[in-house]
Write a protein that binds this ligand. Structure first.
Ligand code: HEC
Ligand code: HEC
Length: 449
């Protein structure tokens, strides 16, 4: 049938004049031959739905606070520290310079042409909290929304997914540029930002400790890290005394990947509901009976975090579009000159053959299709973080776009500062005995993904 059709098409092409050929091509596209674009009414409806959901998902990812200003503003009063006493808040206020220093990013596309011009000419005072307030009014601080009252005072503040999972391309200046959604913001110091808030008593009560202890834990996180499990098990520090926080992972390149987070908590949408409700403190619904275990998750069990219900629910209806948006974000390709092509080609061989990396990091997903989880022993590291999640394992990290998150190190806690250290670890653990040129080639390949 198919062959007869192509033969027929070939005959037409041979005999038809150019104008008719073009219309034939349009016709072929319109009928969706060879899996081409949409064509039936249902196809077109699906496409329109996908486009609309994608736009909606992007809006949610960037701008939706899910009502979490009730926590960041009303409860811990972060807005007061941002505004400073001169503008109705407390303390000196947050200057743009300090905000950029904490890793917050500015969306150049939200700024007026005059402001962009003045920034370029160095005419904007980056040492005045008034400028920070102006940026918030322009909705230009990535992942942070300011709520202002009628007299122009900052009355609350909320956060979005983009806070941790977007950065900017620095097109105007360091920290100021076009948005890059899905990129992990490894400059962002979530702990230090939260510590600006004048009142962390609610967090202290939740964790059952004093406020000074909460502040000590937050101060230990450092840039590019956050501890999603703290509010479940109350573990601020590891047995070795270091912070229990993990690196912010990217939220791109996740389509086709089964389990998510460093320790495989669940699907993308499970984790989105988890974070929006429990970490951002938005107002929605969340159900995960695994959190009822008082031995593994004492704080969660005590506070009923396994079953959260809010009316109205500002999260659940947004999960489908948010899910789709993340799955649509591709891992960005590395710049052409950022790795050695010849070495990377050899490195691919090493990855797939001698070093057996591809047995877990299966190309092109670079994680296993299926249950992509491994015990700490399998990958030769300690079990602290694994034991803070239901499956007590580590998820095979998808490696696409690795070049975008080289800051902060590698593995869930950044324990390996460089790819060289990662490769040396595997070489030792698996007894690979890779030669020096193969190690270097493997590193170039990892940079090329
Ligand atoms: C305060 C910082 C922060 C915010 C805000 C945040 N995340 Fe995350 N996100 C993290 C951290 C840290 C992890 C890793 C958690 C872990 O492994 O325990 C993570 C993990 C993820 C993952 C898993 C990535 C992977 O490699 O599988 C996805 C997807 C994700 N977040 C999406 C979102 C979405 C969508 C939102 C908004 C609803 C959001 N995050 C808000 C910090 C944040
Ligand atoms: C047994 C399965 C397995 C094998 C084999 C394996 N890995 Fe991994 N890999 C993992 C897991 C699981 C993680 C996540 C570790 C963590 O979160 O701490 C990981 C993490 C990584 C990371 C860090 C990613 C990030 O985002 O920080 C890199 C890089 C990496 N592996 C490269 C390799 C290379 C190169 C090889 C071959 C020499 C290899 N892996 C072999 C399972 C494996």
């Amino acid at each position: 049938m198919k062959r007869r059709f192509s033969a027929l098409l070939a005959t037409f092409i041979l005999v038809l004049p150019a104008a008719q050929l073009t219309s034939l091509a349009v016709e072929a596209r319109a009928t969706g031959v060879n899996g081409g674009p949409a064509v039936t009414k249902a196809d077109r409806q699906n496409l329109a739905h996908a486009q609309q959901a994608l736009n909606e998902g992007r809006r949610i990812f960037r701008y939706d606070t899910f009502g979490d200003e009730a926590f960041w503003g009303d409860t811990i009063k972060l807005h007061q520290a941002i505004a400073g006493s001169r503008f109705g808040g407390v303390g000196p206020g947050l200057t743009p310079k300090a905000a950029l220093g904490l890793g917050l990013k500015v969306d150049v596309d939200a700024l007026s042409p005059e402001l962009v011009g003045n920034l370029k000419k160095g005419l904007v005072d980056l040492n005045d909290p008034a400028t920070t307030l102006a940026l918030l009014k322009a909705n230009a601080v990535v992942g942070v929304t300011g709520f202002f009252n009628s007299s122009g005072e900052l009355r609350s503040v909320g956060v979005q997914c983009a806070l941790c999972h977007s950065t900017v391309d620095n097109s105007l200046a360091a920290g100021i540029g076009h948005r890059l959604d899905g990129w992990a913001n490894r400059d962002l110091n979530v702990g230090a930002i939260t510590n600006l808030a004048p009142d962390l008593s609610a967090v202290a009560i939740l964790l059952g400790v004093d406020e000074a202890t909460v502040r000590k834990v937050l101060a230990a996180w450092g840039p590019g890290k956050f501890d999603a499990e703290l509010i479940l098990d109350g573990k601020g520090f590891r047995p070795d005394g270091k912070s229990a926080a993990t690196l912010l992972p990217p939220a791109f390149g996740l389509a086709g990947v089964n389990l998510h987070t460093w320790t495989g908590w669940g699907s993308v949408t499970h984790w989105n509901a988890f974070v929006a409700n429990l970490e951002m403190h938005g107002k929605g619904t969340f159900y995960d009976p695994r959190l009822k275990d008082p031995a593994q998750f004492p704080i969660a069990a005590r506070n009923g975090i396994d079953n959260v219900r809010n009316t109205p629910d500002l999260i659940t209806a947004k999960l489908p579009a948010l899910h789709l948006y993340q799955l649509a974000l591709p891992a960005p390709r590395p710049p052409a000159n950022s790795f050695n092509r010849t070495a990377a080609l050899r490195g691919k061989q090493v990855f797939e053959n001698e070093a057996k990396c591809a047995s877990c990091h299966v190309p092109p997903l670079f994680t296993e299709p299926g249950w992509n989880m491994h015990t700490p022993q399998e990958i030769g590291i300690d079990d602290f973080q694994a034991n803070r999640a239901p499956d007590k394992r580590y998820r095979t990290a998808p490696l696409k776009g690795l070049w975008t998150h080289t800051k902060g190190g590698f593995y869930h806690d950044g324990r390996f500062a460089t790819l060289r250290e990662v490769v040396d670890h595997y070489d030792r653990h698996f007894g690979l005995k890779l030669g020096e040129p193969d190690k270097l080639a493997l590193i170039e390949y990892l940079k090329s993904l």
